[in-house]
Design a binder for this molecule. Structure first.
Ligand code: GLN
Length: 297
């Protein structure tokens, strides 16, 4: 490309141009102490969130004056990001399994490694027509909604305890047109009466962080609901109870799929086997870390 890629575009009037504003935000984000990750991408996403302009459009229209109101709104998001709010909460929406999910304070942000749980569940119901699936600890609903969107013939029930998260779950089911998902507000250890098996597969991404490690998590994760993260003293509280609870809800041959922390494979596989599951296996995510435990009834 000819010319200096980094030279600010000339102003056309007295005010700051779109390009200048974007670069000022990008610089503020990358200069923050301990800045990690892709700050140009963060700046571009926040900019798009406010101005509706992606990088391409910004290149074409960068010389235009930024409206002071929108510039103020953009700068407010940069300020909140600098104060440690997760990018995803500021954007209000995040992608998971190629689908949009609304997120905000009170709900766990969908993680890319959780796509493995969806893949494994879809694989478990290949060849079963109109399968019934259950998802526990649904949070934003990313797992049940993604499964339901990929298998329109499936019926997927999801259970979430937190009323704040549940609002996102319902919104995300309708945002993605997943009419085959039934979101239920309730406690997985006292399941709502609507939850009736037999299910072909049961998925869960329960809280699994060791309580003592919560305080040392990344600042952004500390803004997420502790209810979605706290797995008890050793992180295994849910894995002690879920297998026994799920076994009778599964059809013979039905599959339990649990997301786990990278160092929990052996322990959780042992708990699933002890509860009576067969063909227990541990799957690795794209980073090569143990991420999902599967067992068959
Ligand atoms: N994977 C999440 C994290 O590392 C934890 C999610 C969970 O506890 N289920 O922050």
């Amino acid at each position: 490309m000819p010319g200096d890629h980094n030279a600010p575009l000339p102003r056309r009037d007295g005010g700051e141009t779109l390009e200048q504003l974007y670069r000022r935000g990008r610089k503020a984000l990358s200069d923050r102490p301990g800045a990690e990750g892709d700050t140009p991408m963060e700046a571009a996403l926040l900019f798009r969130g406010v101005f509706g302009l992606g990088r391409q459009e910004l290149l074409l229209r960068g010389g235009e004056a930024a409206s002071p109101d929108l510039a103020g709104a953009f700068w407010e998001l940069v300020r909140r990001r600098l104060a440690g709010e997760p990018l995803q909460y500021l954007l209000g929406e995040w992608e998971f399994y190629g689908l949009p999910f609304r997120v905000g304070p009170g709900v766990l942000i969908p993680r890319p490694e959780t796509e493995l749980l969806v893949d494994a569940a879809l694989e478990a119901v290949v060849g079963i027509s109109a399968p019934a699936l259950l998802d526990l600890c649904s949070g934003s609903g990313c797992v049940p909604v993604a499964i339901a969107c990929r298998r329109p013939d499936a019926r997927v029930t999801g259970v979430e305890l937190s009323p704040e998260a549940f609002r996102y779950f319902r919104e995300n089911a309708s945002l993605n047109g997943a009419g085959n998902v039934t979101p239920l507000l309730g406690d997985v250890f006292a399941l709502p009466p609507e939850v009736r098996g037999p299910f072909a597969a049961i998925t869960a991404n329960p809280p699994y962080i060791r309580r003592g490690e919560l305080a040392s998590l990344q600042a952004e994760v500390q803004r997420e609901p502790v209810l979605a993260l706290d797995g008890g003293e050793d992180g295994l509280d849910f894995y002690r109870r879920l297998p026994g609870l799920c076994l009778p809800l599964l059809a013979p041959g039905g599959v339990l799929l649990l997301e786990i922390g990278e160092d929990q494979g052996k322990a959780v596989a042992g708990l699933a086997a002890a509860a009576g599951f067969r063909q227990v296996e541990v799957r690795k995510d794209l980073s090569g870390l143990d991420r999902v435990v599967l067992g068959r009834r």
